[in-house]
Design a binder for this molecule. Structure first.
Ligand SMILES: Nc1nc2c(ncn2[C@@H]2O[C@H](COP(=O)(O)OP(=O)(O)OP(=O)(O)O)[C@@H](O)[C@H]2O)c(=O)[nH]1
Ligand SMILES: [Mg+2]
Length: 302
């Protein structure tokens, strides 16, 4: 059999389930997932193998109308991911249907994604609706855009995901594999570890706060005794936020740290000592270095 390989970009509105699908395809949690919108900030690649095909999934930040600098960088990363891919999969939430946001994405797909590029539709979260509604939604969306194929899936429960993966494998171009056989992600471990901590913080905190914080891995030491020491900084934009992140008597940061440590240790397969420091940095949302740590492009004047 001939080898196949290529990039499959997952795009859609915030919260559509792109990261959940990527993790399921890869079989490991390489991209963080929360119930909140705008969880993914950068392009994250995860590798899946199906028969003789190596499918490199590109998770992207959700597409929406950007206003702030970070929003613009995220949306630019998402469209950049789609432009570079061999196949684009648009995820639409079954229970929300054809929203204005979905229409806006379809319009941009027409303008920005080269003619002849394969674009598939995946209606996700089918566990939340009745089957009849799905057929009508699929027909409606196929009227709006000439999708190469339509799938109905539940990324969370796994329905329909095997069909999608098989179709992607046979549709990718022939060519040698792009990554070593045992590699599942191309994000540096220090970034995955920072993302895991950001996920736990996002789950714990409320309202706008998660948006205004970022996590960076400062130091990483694999020790002789088989454990790893990781130091991370949580940057917050305002003085008042520091106290919220720390919590009463440091309880919030302590429980976040425990949850993150357990997950990082499981991923690495070795004991982890995690040290979190919270720093107030009022201007971080306008600092180029913070963006490069996240894998985003920072453009002056944005
Ligand atoms: N019921 C149901 N929920 C799902 C399914 N797939 C994902 N979710 C949930 O939807 C929420 C968002 O999932 P994510 O994977 O973070 O979505 P995303 O598209 O990556 O979101 P952003 O990174 O913010 O753009 C999470 O609470 C998931 O558990 C599904 O098939 N069914
Ligand atoms: Mg995501």
């Amino acid at each position: 059999m001939t080898q196949r390989a290529g990039f499959v970009a997952l795009i859609g509105e915030p919260n559509a389930g792109k990261s959940t699908l990527l993790n399921r395809m890869v079989g490991a949690k390489v991209s963080i997932v929360t119930h909140k919108v705008q969880t993914t900030r950068a392009r994250i690649r995860g590798v899946a193998i199906e028969g003789e095909a190596q499918i490199v999934f590109v998770d992207t930040p959700g597409l929406f109308r950007p206003r702030r600098r970070l929003d613009r960088a995220m949306v630019a990363a998402a469209w950049g991911g789609a432009a570079d891919a061999d196949i684009v999969v648009l995820l639409v939430e079954a229970h929300r249907g054809r929203t204005a946001g979905v229409d806006a994405i379809i319009e941009t797909l027409r303008e920005r994604v080269a003619e002849g590029r394969t674009v598939a539709l995946a209606i996700n979260k089918i566990d939340r609706v009745k089957a009849e509604a799905l057929l009508a939604l699929s027909a409606d969306l196929n009227d709006a855009y000439p999708f190469a194929r339509s799938f109905m899936i539940s990324a969370e429960r796994g329905h329909g995901v095997d069909d999608l993966r098989e179709w992607l494998a046979e549709t990718l171009p022939e060519g040698p594999w792009l990554y070593p056989e045992d590699q599942i992600a191309d994000l540096p471990m220090r970034m995955i570890a920072a993302e895991m901590t950001r996920e736990k913080l996002t789950l714990r905190l409320h309202q706008e706060l998660p948006y205004e914080l970022t996590v960076e891995t400062e130091a990483w030491e694999d020790r002789k005794d088989g454990s790893t020491r990781i130091d991370q900084i949580v940057y917050v934009a305002r003085d008042g936020h520091k106290g919220i992140v720390l919590g009463h008597k440091g309880e919030t940061i302590k429980s976040v740290s425990q949850a993150a440590r357990a997950e990082i240790a499981e991923f690495l397969g070795r004991p982890v000592h995690l040290f979190l420091t919270v720093k107030v940095r009022p201007g971080w949302l306008d600092e180029a270095e913070r963006y490069s740590e996240m894998g985003l492009d920072f453009r002056d004047g944005d």
